[in-house]
Unconditional design. Structure first.
Lengths: 284, 163
């Protein structure tokens, strides 16, 4: 076998290309086309890796007994009834909220549509907390879109590929967001710790009124997450004499490491609840 | 000279894609620490077997694919794999006469170095959490799995006449 051609020049080309790409990827949006094209080739791998889970679910669905299915059906019907009753009250409350906001001359809250997506992969790197979902640019998923599960906020889309998207979880060590205590409206910054059940509140003064069990909801500051979704509950508050800030730990309300389906929030231009006509409101 | 005509590029690509699948297949968190660098192992095998065809640029593009697959900075693994392929090109004659244990030691060092390079890039963009010695676990399992991977790929190479 003949000796290979001198690879030093090729190495030089590869190194220069790699460094250029890293800078472009970090500082500019110009590397996105490369990611987009390669996304067509990487998404099938994620789908394929998820296949055993999918077929396992399918198999257990097929082999479930009639009795178990009837039980589940009854349970779901009861749940649907309860939820529908709650939604009835919600519609009234929401309309009332809109009217009160009109009185205060503040802008109305917009309701949002959601898109359901399935989680098809988790990041294998323990340094990062990310997920891969089975919806991409084809379904109008965009970078920065908020992702929820049934219990609360789970994260945001950081990379929307053509067929799949990557979601950065609120528990990632590089993630932080603005939250407020539901009980009294105290605002704070909620940061991830890199553990799937650990969050912490940053720079909270010792005197702030935050207690164990408090629910933290998103504030909508930062224009990234919609306002008023539950994010975490406070699990421990420690005051240390000498330390400038209180040490407050929280755990996400969303089942970050167990969810199999997530909801992508699509903000709509029109409110789903019609805003009452001010002329009509003046009538006695 | 029909024997010198390259063949089986598709087979090489398929083995690399299977390695990619093994890289992202979901595993418990504790096992993630020791998940071997499958794509790098397969790449190193083909560089050693076909140094005329599989080299630095293959390494670069395979690394780029790995970047998009796991969502790291574009070029992070591209850079690392290109360098790994370069080192193997420089050492492929020696690797062929090494004993199994020596080969495993070289693979351990190579995977460690390549992963460290990728770790440095990841560190510079602030996406690392654990100290760099944690990459040693994956390097160790990669070295342990080198001979089985080699045997499997050798069978593939002979079965599908890759040259």
């Amino acid at each position: 076998m003949a000796a290979p051609a001198n690879p030093t020049y090729r190495l030089l080309i590869a190194l220069v290309l790699a460094v250029i790409m890293m800078v472009l990827d970090q500082r500019t949006p110009w590397a996105a086309p490369v990611r987009h094209v390669l996304g067509y080739l990487t998404a099938p791998i994620h789908y394929l890796a998820h296949l055993p889970v999918d077929s396992g679910e399918w198999l257990s669905e097929q082999t479930q007994s009639r009795g178990a299915l009837i039980d589940e059906n009854r349970r779901l019907q009861r749940q649907a009834l309860i939820l529908e009753q709650r939604v009835q009250r919600l519609a009234v409350l929401e309309a009332e909220n809109v009217r009160l906001r009109e009185l205060l001359n503040s802008s109305a809250d917009l309701d949002a549509n959601v898109l359901v997506a399935e989680i098809i992969g988790v990041d294998p790197d323990p340094n990062r907390q990310e997920l891969v979902i089975n919806k991409g640019k084809g379904e109008q998923v965009f970078r920065g879109q908020a992702v929820l599960d049934a219990q609360g906020l789970i994260g945001q889309v950081v990379d929307a590929g053509p067929l799949s998207a990557r979601v950065l979880l609120v528990t990632d060590a590089s993630h932080a967001m603005s939250v407020q205590v539901n009980r009294n409206g105290v605002r704070a910054v909620l940061a991830g710790t890199g553990q799937s059940d650990g969050l912490k509140l940053l720079y909270v003064p010792d005197t702030a009124d935050i207690r164990e069990g408090d629910l933290l909801v998103s504030t909508g500051l930062g224009q990234r997450y919609p306002r008023g979704y539950p994010v975490a509950t406070v699990t421990s508050v420690r005051h240390q004499s000498g330390a400038p800030f209180a040490e407050i730990a929280a755990s996400p309300t969303a089942r970050v490491d167990r969810a199999s389906h997530v909801l992508l929030v699509q903000s709509t231009d029109e409110p789903l609840i019609p805003v009452p006509d001010p002329e009509a409101a003046n009538d006695p | 000279m029909i024997h010198d005509r390259p063949a089986g590029t598709g087979v090489i690509v398929v083995t690399l894609l299977i390695a990619a699948l093994l890289e992202v297949v979901p595993l418990p968190d504790s096992v993630n620490w020791v998940r071997p660098e499958w794509m790098l192992l397969v790449l190193v095998y083909w560089v050693l077997e076909l140094p005329n065809r599989i080299g630095v640029l293959w390494g670069f593009f395979v690394g780029l694919y790995h970047d998009v697959l796991v969502g790291t900075t574009l070029g992070q693994w591209g850079l690392a794999y290109a360098l790994g392929a370069f080192v193997m090109l420089a050492a492929y004659k020696r690797m062929r006469v090494f004993t199994s244990l020596q080969q495993c030691a070289v693979v351990f060092l190579l995977v460690g170095t390549v992963s460290l390079l990728a770790y440095l890039v990841q560190e510079s963009v602030g996406r690392t959490l654990y100290p760099p010695y944690t990459i040693l676990y994956a390097s160790l399992t990669s070295a342990v799995l080198w001979r089985p991977v080699c045997a499997l790929l050798r069978w593939v190479q002979l079965r599908f006449l890759v040259r």
